[in-house]
Design a protein around this ligand. Structure first.
Ligand code: HEM
Length: 399
């Protein structure tokens, strides 16, 4: 079966779990074919996904991955002009570059540093929710789930508030399956914007992460200009594209599981565990990409060298050999073992931030709106057209 038919079908994007379950039992290391004849191996069992996430025989191989990420773009010149500036960051690097790029950013993302953001994140959440009233019908994505993490990451990096909506638009286009012209336009605008912003920080240093990265000389290691633009892009787009889905898809999941929602409302100390469970059950990270540096045997199959591998985090989270009664949402489930934030050297650097944002957002939402419900049947929701990021595009609710 070809990859587009299988993985990019609206039915799979809406609900990947039935096909994932079938793959786990019948064909857990499946070879699929993407456009242009590129072979892609789809890995679905928990044990295999977790092992490969931490396996140094799989790397990021930016060139190959670029083809896979920009599935329809291939070598188009309009795209290749700016791809370095958007891809030369830690998520696309192997050691030793990965180690250097991650170390510089890691200092700002420790649990302790992130905890210091609690008062400001609470203020951002309250400001957004103060504009809404119980009983009102709204789309939760544009009024809350998106602007909350977007404001947080833009403030952290030092992106001026007037520029944020253009940034969100470009970021959204770049992770979608938009056609080449649209990708090129968004990519070009993004790179030009970030290069200018970096020049501004250099000329007028501020107390923000981007200024720190510009100034960073970590034991003599410095980011090249291209790496700096790419790192800013990675942090801003990760901050835009992930937590929004934790809040939107998480709210949807809770509304579809009223017993668990009632349990959480009656004891908000369950929130940290509930967030981990929402990420396991249907988290924002659908699949992650790797590339075999040498032949790798997994699940009884040998994947040759130089192949693109898709590791399904959504599927791993529903593997009943690791999680008992895996298709049931249980917010009291023992925490641990989930690969929803990845595993190994690329484990999500933003996890402490996402957890804190999720905790503050769900606490406020559930406390302020005791009768929160969906305004449309769940089948009518549109899902993001990406296998890498999962979540509904909009979430109409009655508050
Ligand atoms: C890496 C998930 C929020 C920044 C990752 C990876 C996953 C992930 C699965 C590993 C990718 C791979 O192995 O290829 C999530 C989820 C989030 C979230 C589910 C929200 C619920 C954030 C936020 C940031 C962020 C808010 C903020 C800046 C990053 C970065 C990496 C990463 C920079 C690359 C780490 C590396 O390559 O060493 N994330 N993420 N993430 N995430 Fe997140």
């Amino acid at each position: 079966m070809d990859l587009e038919t299988q993985l990019l079908s609206p039915a799979y994007l809406r609900n990947p779990h039935p096909l994932n379950a079938a793959l786990r039992s019948a064909d857990p290391v499946q070879r699929a074919v993407a456009s242009g004849g590129l072979s892609v191996w789809v890995v679905t069992r928990y044990e295999d996904v977790r092992a490969l996430l931490a396996d140094s025989r799989l790397g990021k191989g930016v060139t190959q991955l670029r083809e896979a990420v920009l599935l329809n773009a291939g070598d188009d010149e309009r795209i290749s002009q700016f791809t370095d500036s958007l891809t030369e960051h830690m998520l696309n690097s192997d050691p030793p570059d990965h180690t250097r790029l991650r170390r510089l950013v890691g200092k700002a993302f420790t649990a302790g540093r992130i905890e210091q953001l609690r008062p400001r994140i609470t203020e951002i959440v309250d400001n957004l929710l103060d504009r809404l009233s119980p009983g009102q019908e709204v789309d939760l994505v544009p009024v809350f789930a998106l602007p909350m993490p977007t404001t947080v990451i833009c403030e952290l990096l030092g992106v001026p508030s007037v520029d944020r909506s253009s940034f969100s638009h470009w970021s959204n286009v770049l992770v979608s399956t938009a056609e080449v012209g649209e990708l090129a336009e968004a990519g070009g605008a993004m790179v030009a914007y970030l290069a200018q912003l970096i020049a501004d920080k250099r000329a007028n240093p501020c107390d923000d992460l981007l200024t720190k990265l510009v100034q960073a000389t970590d034991n003599g290691d410095q980011l090249s200009e291209t790496e700096l633009v790419a790192t800013a892009f990675l942090l801003l787009s990760a901050g835009h594209e992930t937590t929004v889905n934790l809040i939107a898809a998480g709210t949807l999941t809770l509304l579809q599981n009223p017993d668990q929602l009632a349990r959480l409302r009656s004891d908000l100390t369950l929130l940290p565990g509930a967030i981990e469970e929402l990420i396991r059950y249907d988290g924002p990270g659908g699949m992650v990409l790797r590339h075999t540096l040498e032949p790798v045997e997994v699940g009884g199959v040998t994947i040759p060298a130089q192949q693109v591998v898709l590791l399904s985090l959504s599927s791993a989270g529903r593997d009943s050999t690791r999680f008992s009664d895996a298709d049931r949402l249980d917010i009291g489930r023992p925490i641990g073992g989930s690969v929803g934030f990845g595993h190994g050297i690329h484990h999500c650097i933003g996890a402490p931030l996402a957890r804190l944002e999720g905790e503050i957002a769900f606490r406020a939402l559930l406390t302020r709106f005791p009768d929160l419900r969906l305004a449309v049947p769940p089948e009518e929701l549109n899902w993001r057209d990406s296998v890498f990021i999962r979540g509904p595009e909009s979430l109409p609710v009655v508050l």
